[in-house]
Design a protein around this ligand. Structure first.
Ligand SMILES: Cc1cc2nc3c(=O)[nH]c(=O)nc-3n(C[C@H](O)[C@H](O)[C@H](O)COP(=O)(O)O)c2cc1C
Length: 342
């Protein structure tokens, strides 16, 4: 299925795997890119050495375009961005921060830049700095979707910008893709749906729980990582939130984060302090939240872990391979359009 987005990114279908921490591994990225979509590699909580090795691994598994996701608010993101730029990754995606310098460097070697935003203001700023596509993330999304639903946010941003828009948040099937294109988007990103495929590293125990959940079983709260964030509601989530709110636990967790990412904790802590007490507390909470996210994904531990997931979880009923999901989404969207334009 061709759109302005597929032309720009050199891909077959307008479907993106977002850079989901712990989930968008080289294997899943390559599976999506090989199926004609675009996989974005997650770099959150990874050291520069790990990021470089993962980029090399993607290149072993696919010769199709792929990208790297950079959540700029996280410690180590700038260093990982430099690795992605050195490696001349064809698509660079940034979120949760200002990506002007990244855009400039990426354009020097001909990469495409996707900016993830949740407001019109940030979409316009990203375009001002030269973004080639805007990923507009609505309220339904897993993790940090905005306050406004995709149904309203996507057409608003599509009206304002003159680059392709990737509708994100709540898109899990071909009806969603058809709807997104009708709203003025040029493609979709699917996080929750592609987290629930065979190649996804989400633990089978957690996948089984997600399959049982309904569209009502998520929480949108700032109690998890200090920002408005959507997570799966489980009997243990409230308990985990109360631990996350504890500054001592969170600071301890930031030590292990610095160790895992091979960066100096003191440097991380002082540069964070300079950004003010609110950011310090938020980063400490994010460090803790990211460990509980790992427990859910890698260990299937939902007593101490928390799973990021979107409202679309209630529409997901199976665990097919990534290429089957992509084929299904494209053919369902095409048949929606045929039904209405016989
Ligand atoms: C487990 C998980 C981890 C995620 N991690 C990140 C991340 O590190 N950076 C980011 O920008 N978005 C992250 N997201 C959000 C996705 O990029 C995307 O915005 C979201 O999944 C879209 O909504 P959907 O799940 O309804 O498709 C994550 C989502 C999930 C489910």
């Amino acid at each position: 299925m061709k759109t302005e987005l597929t032309e720009r990114l050199g891909i077959e279908h307008p479907i993106i795997l977002p850079g989901m921490t712990y989930i968008s591994t080289p294997e899943l990225v390559a599976a999506v890119s090989n199926a004609g979509g675009l996989g974005l590699l997650a770099t959150g909580r990874r050291s520069t050495a790990e990021t470089r090795a993962m980029i090399h691994r993607v290149r072993e598994l696919t010769d199709k375009p792929f990208g790297v996701g950079l959540p700029l608010i996280l410690p180590g993101a700038k260093e990982n961005a430099k690795v992605a730029l050195e490696e001349k990754v064809p698509v660079i995606n940034y979120s949760l921060g200002k990506g002007d310098w990244i855009t400039e460097e990426a354009h020097r070697y001909g990469a495409q830049v996707i900016a993830t935003v949740v407001t019109e203001k940030h979409a316009l700023a990203a375009c001002h700095y030269g973004a080639d596509a805007i990923q507009a993330t609505g309220h339904e999304a897993a993790a940090h979707g905005g306050a406004v639903t995709s149904l309203v946010l996507v057409p608003r941003i599509a009206d304002l910008v003159d680059v392709p828009v990737i509708a994100t948040g709540g898109f899990v099937d071909g009806r969603g893709l058809a709807a997104a294109l009708s709203l003025g988007a040029h493609g979709i990103a699917m996080g929750s749906r592609l987290a629930m495929c065979q190649e996804s590293p989400v633990h089978l125990r957690t996948k089984d729980v997600i399959l049982q959940k309904t569209i009502h079983d998520t929480l949108y709260t700032d109690q998890y990582d200090g920002m408005d964030c959507r997570v799966m509601s489980t009997p243990a989530t409230e308990k985990v939130f109360s631990q996350n709110a504890n500054i001592l636990t969170a600071l301890g967790m930031s030590l292990s984060l610095a160790k895992q990412m091979n960066i100096s904790w003191l440097k991380m802590f002082t540069s964070t302090l300079l950004r003010g007490p609110k950011t310090t507390m938020q980063l400490a909470m994010m460090a803790n939240a990211s460990e509980t996210s790992r427990l859910a994904i890698e260990e299937g531990d939902l007593d101490n872990g928390v799973q990021l997931i979107g409202q679309g979880l209630g529409l997901i009923e199976d665990l097919p391979a990534a290429n089957e999901i992509i084929e299904r989404v494209v053919s369902q969207a095409e048949s929606v359009f045929q039904q209405h334009n016989p």
